[in-house]
Design a protein around this ligand. Structure first.
Ligand code: FAD
Length: 307
């Protein structure tokens, strides 16, 4: 029987694991894709205190190494459901099940899809949601970035140093990104900007060749050639599987300031929570608080069984 199971190995979950191990608790982190979470997709992180600039991958690798060296246990698997009976949580995964006295959900968010034609069919064959992970496969090739906020601009800038031409396509007539990124983007000669376009289809038999867009004002059909298209249009929550043990607001888990959900012993931390600021710094804050709350809950369980 574990003290804590953490669902999700991003910054929030790894922080909970670090705090749990330092408190001498047994902790298992279950991660479905890659340890480190979303931040490992970021080429450059410049707002995480302690590092003026660090790659997202290096930052998340450091967190993972720290949790591992402290003795946290890890499992690569996808959590499919949770349940609670007589103070024991059962966390079911695709390949097994685990039991613990408390659970911290730190499952973050998932990539938002465009739902354009052939988006799924050409995924991994030119269509990608992560330029940091897949960008280098397209070194020397022309690439497309779809999106208008910080991540999209970071992707375009990163790709511009390895690709002859990068086209960034946005739905509206402006960017919704930090000024510094916008200035860098417009000053980069091999980045072409196409505003006011909506993606209709990804085209190619065995691999991506072109993307078809419709101009949102003129309705003109525009075809952009590229060997890869990186979609960076934000994230959506993925928390339905934790109902009825949690309450959701707009798909995000609601908690109190102690990261407690409606179920005693069940906590939530990071981007999966209903909150305004979704950043590494706030995910880490949540992860630390959730673990401390889990620790207090475990003490109260122990006191109850002793009395
Ligand atoms: C491209 C990009 C750039 C960014 N740049 C910055 C930046 O510069 N500065 C900054 O502060 N923030 C940045 N962010 C935001 C930051 O990455 C997030 O706020 C942070 O990672 C949230 O951490 P988290 O642990 O809550 O969630 P996540 O990082 O999303 O981690 C959650 C983990 O849970 C796993 N998971 C989900 N469901 C399950 C399941 N059912 N079973 C098992 N595992 C599951 C996921 O695979 C994931 O690894 C960026 C995000 C992106 C995408």
């Amino acid at each position: 029987m574990l003290d804590i199971i953490v669902i999700g190995g991003g910054p929030a979950g790894l922080t909970s694991a670090i705090y749990a191990r330092r408190a001498g608790l047994s902790v298992l982190v279950i991660e479905k894709e890659h340890f480190g979470g979303q931040i490992s997709d970021s080429p450059k992180v410049s707002n995480y205190p302690g590092f003026k600039t660090i790659s997202g991958l290096e930052l998340s690798n450091n967190m993972f190494d720290q949790a591992m060296e402290l003795g946290a246990e890890f499992e690569m698997d996808t959590v499919t459901s949770i349940s609670k009976e007589n103070d024991v949580f059962t966390v079911k995964t695709e390949y097994g099940q685990f039991q613990s006295l408390s659970v911290i959900i730190a499952a973050g968010v998932k990539h938002r899809k465009l739902n354009a034609m052939n988006e799924d069919r050409l995924l991994g064959k030119g269509v990608s949601y992560c330029a940091v992970c897949d960008g280098d496969f397209y070194r020397g090739k022309n690439t497309i970035v779809i999106g208008d906020a910080n991540s999209a601009l970071q992707y375009a800038l990163m790709l511009s140093s390895i690709c002859p031409n990068v086209t960034i396509c946005t739905l509206f007539d402006k960017f919704f990104a930090e000024d510094m990124l916008v200035q860098a983007l417009v000053a980069t000669p091999n980045i072409e900007i196409v505003h006011n376009v909506s993606a209709i289809s990804f085209n190619g038999e065995t691999k991506l060749e072109t993307v078809t867009f419709e101009h949102t004002v003129t309705k003109e059909i525009i075809t952009v050639c590229g060997d890869a298209a990186f979609i960076a249009i934000g994230q959506v929550p993925d928390n339905e599987k934790y109902v009825p043990y949690v309450n959701l607001e707009k798909g995000f888990i609601t908690t109190d300031g102690d990261m407690a959900t409606m179920t005693p012993g069940l906590f939530a931390a990071g981007d999966c929570r209903y909150k305004k600021v979704k950043q590494v710094a706030t995910a880490i804050n949540d992860g630390a608080i959730a673990e401390q709350s889990a620790q207090n809950y475990l003490i109260s369980l122990k006191n109850r069984s002793n009395s």
